[in-house]
Design a binder for this molecule. Structure first.
Ligand code: SF4
Length: 275
């Protein structure tokens, strides 16, 4: 399927053009989500896309699936309800770093803990873009934000480590520079039975790049190229060479842990007199 056919099939032309700034990574990540769904050849009616609030969360409005553009930080609770109502659906959550880890942080860790079969794609551009460049829990220490004009003094979350510790059973990361890898990881996340996190390291040239003098969109993608290390090489890297860099690829995967909707259905059967 070529790009034009993909757009005609999976996007809502009446909702375009999108609102994203030129050079924003949101389009790359959203394109990777669509390519993953196309690769798996999932019928559109079998897919539900749930988003929160923020620049990246506008993606649900552009995509022609069962979609919910929900409330700030609440994409995962909405998605949990959708999955429990119809466990056959492939439920994909699109959420930004602020949406997922600040307002929605508690929902995030408990969805990991339950191991509910959601595929959560976190667009991590290290900032609240839409509301004007305030820092999020994933703004790197020392980076500038409108709410941290002298530099962020708080340590930032390592979301993949957080997800793993909380109970997620598939954890991966890629960048918009590594778009093919990102799309392949989303495929794996959708196929995985249980909670899947795919962190997509992305660029907000307007609200993050300008404040931190990172250059334009192309330079920000070069930054991703120069700081991301494939997991096989990462594992061999001496500790002192890991400083300032981050691993990409499948970072953690475990099969066979009980999935939440299955446990819930078993409970219902037991309560109704089965075993
Ligand atoms: Fe993208 Fe940042 Fe513009 Fe929002 S403000 S659309 S995240 S570049």
């Amino acid at each position: 399927m070529n790009m034009e056919e993909m757009i005609n099939k999976y996007f809502r032309p009446g909702r375009l053009p999108h609102i994203w700034c030129p050079g924003c990574g949101n389009g790359v990540v959203s394109g990777c989500v669509v390519k993953a769904i196309a690769k798996l050849d999932l019928p559109k009616d079998d897919v539900a896309v749930i988003s929160g609030i923020g620049c990246s969360s506008r993606a649900s409005g552009y995509l022609d699936f069962n979609t919910v553009h929900s409330a700030h930080g609440r994409a995962i609770p909405f998605a949990t309800g959708v999955k429990l109502a119809d466990p056959k659906l492939n439920v994909i959550v699109l959420t930004g770093d602020g949406d997922a880890t600040a307002i929605g942080g508690n929902h995030f860790i408990h969805a990991c803990r339950r191991n509910i079969d959601l595929t959560v794609v976190v667009y991590n551009n290290s900032i609240y873009g839409m509301t004007g460049g305030q820092y999020s829990p994933m703004t790197p220490t020392g980076s500038k934000a409108t709410t941290a004009p002298y530099g962020m003094i708080e340590p930032d979350f390592n979301l993949t480590e957080l997800a793993r510790a909380a109970g997620a059973t598939f954890v991966a990361r890629a960048t918009t520079f590594h778009a093919q890898m990102l799309s392949d990881l989303i495929v794996k996340g959708i196929q995985h039975k249980g909670f899947s996190l795919i962190e997509a390291v992305s660029a907000c040239p307007i609200s993050f790049g300008r404040q931190n003098k990172m250059g334009g969109p192309a330079e920000m993608m070069m930054w991703q190229r120069d700081h991301a290390v494939p997991i096989a090489a990462w594992d061999k890297l001496p500790e002192e060479k890991k400083e300032g860099k981050f691993p990409i690829g499948v970072l953690y995967e475990v099969e066979g842990r009980k999935e939440y909707t299955e446990a819930y259905d078993e409970l219902i059967a037991m309560a109704q007199g089965g075993k």
